[in-house]
Design a protein around this ligand. Structure first.
Ligand code: ATP
Ligand code: MG
Length: 331
């Protein structure tokens, strides 16, 4: 009997700055769990990062940092194909082709575009971000795309474009489903619980995965709280405390209802101090591994080379079919 096809999952994180606890909870934690069940492709999205201005001197280091972080968090290159997006040119190639079947209006109404274009000289790359992301996904025929909630709309567009392409050129792409965490799919800023924690927001808004103990304690101490004294999960009434509860629950693997029980009658400051402990406990082994990995750049580059080779093989299979479907001349 032929072996059943292993389910495929694909995802990536932009090389746009230091990774934070929102990226960990919303995305990386899922990758680590999924890699035992799925055939996983996880990349560092450097082509996405340049949709907003980046310092070329820093971009390379940011991409490498993201890879060290993946590995330090437990992504295993024996199980997961880890690579850098720009090393697999089929992403950009399919992104271009998908642009040609994407209505402009669909891109203009994307929430991320509307948020990121604010106050900027709007560049076409930022508008076209979701078509490149659709290509990132569809090339690998995944069953699942583990992402944070903010990327749901883009995964939905990838599904729409898959359907559109299939209707126009014949069955080519599979429609994947997005996988999001129950609590923690959208970790909010520590300084403002109405805004998503992001690499591109103010540093005080996020706990970075490489923040030292003193920094973590300081940021949690000054994190905004809600009026009242109860430690209760209620995102509408208590957005700041609910966010801290979601971070706590996801880093210490304690359910939110258990945390509510544990902190009944306790103060915000006791709660915050334990949350900081939990973060330090989770992040310090990651930081230790990160430091060791950063000393063996050559072996990490080798992992990326192997990853790119494997990803290219998979991507080229699909791209070959796409070129034929679209009618591009070949020899
Ligand atoms: P940028 O500000 O440059 O857009 P980012 O912090 O939003 O950076 P991305 O690289 O855009 O990070 O996203 C990588 C992954 O992390 C995606 O799956 C995204 O949904 C997830 N993610 C990002 N921010 C959060 C968050 N605050 N909570 C949960 N998941 C998140
Ligand atoms: Mg983002």
């Amino acid at each position: 009997m032929p072996e059943a096809r292993k389910q495929v999952a694909v995802s990536g994180i932009q090389a746009s700055g230091n990774l934070h606890i929102g990226n960990y909870i919303g995305a990386i934690k899922q990758f680590i769990e999924l890699q035992n069940k799925y055939k996983m492709f996880v990349f560092v999205a450097d082509l996405h990062a340049i949709t907003v201005p980046q310092d070329p001197k820093k971009l390379e280091a940011q991409a490498l940092d993201a890879v060290y972080t993946y590995l330090a968090c437990g992504l295993d290159p024996e199980k997961t194909t880890i690579f850098v997006q720009s090393h697999v040119p089929q992403h950009a190639e399919l992104g271009w082709i998908l642009n040609t079947i994407t209505p402009l209006g669909e891109l203009e109404r994307m929430t991320q575009f509307k948020e990121k274009k604010a106050g900027q000289n709007v560049l076409a790359g930022l508008l076209n971000y979701p078509t490149l992301m659709a290509a990132d996904i569809l090339l690998y025929q995944p069953d699942a795309v583990p992402v944070g909630e903010d990327q749901l709309q883009h995964v939905e567009l990838a599904r729409t474009l898959a359907r559109k392409f299939n209707a126009k050129f014949g069955q080519t792409f599979k429609e994947p489903k997005a996988l999001i965490q129950k609590e923690g799919a959208r970790i909010m800023g520590l300084d403002d619980p109405t805004k998503k924690m992001s690499k591109s927001a103010a540093a005080a808004s996020r706990i970075e995965l490489l923040d030292g103990e003193a920094e973590i304690r300081r940021k949690i101490k000054i994190a905004v709280t809600d009026s009242g004294r109860e430690i209760r999960f209620n995102p509408q009434m208590k957005p700041a405390i609910s966010n801290l509860l979601a971070i706590y629950s996801n880093t210490a693997a304690i359910s939110i209802s258990e945390l509510e029980k544990k902190y009944a009658g306790k103060t915000y400051s006791e709660f915050k101090s334990d949350l900081a402990d939990a973060l330090v406990k989770t992040l310090s082994p990651v930081q230790k591994k990160y430091k060791a990995l950063a000393k063996s750049k050559e072996s990490v580059l080798k992992i990326l080379k192997n990853g790119a080779d494997a990803a290219k093989d998979a991507a080229e299979l699909k791209m070959h079919e796409v070129r034929q479907r679209v009618g591009l001349l070949h020899y």
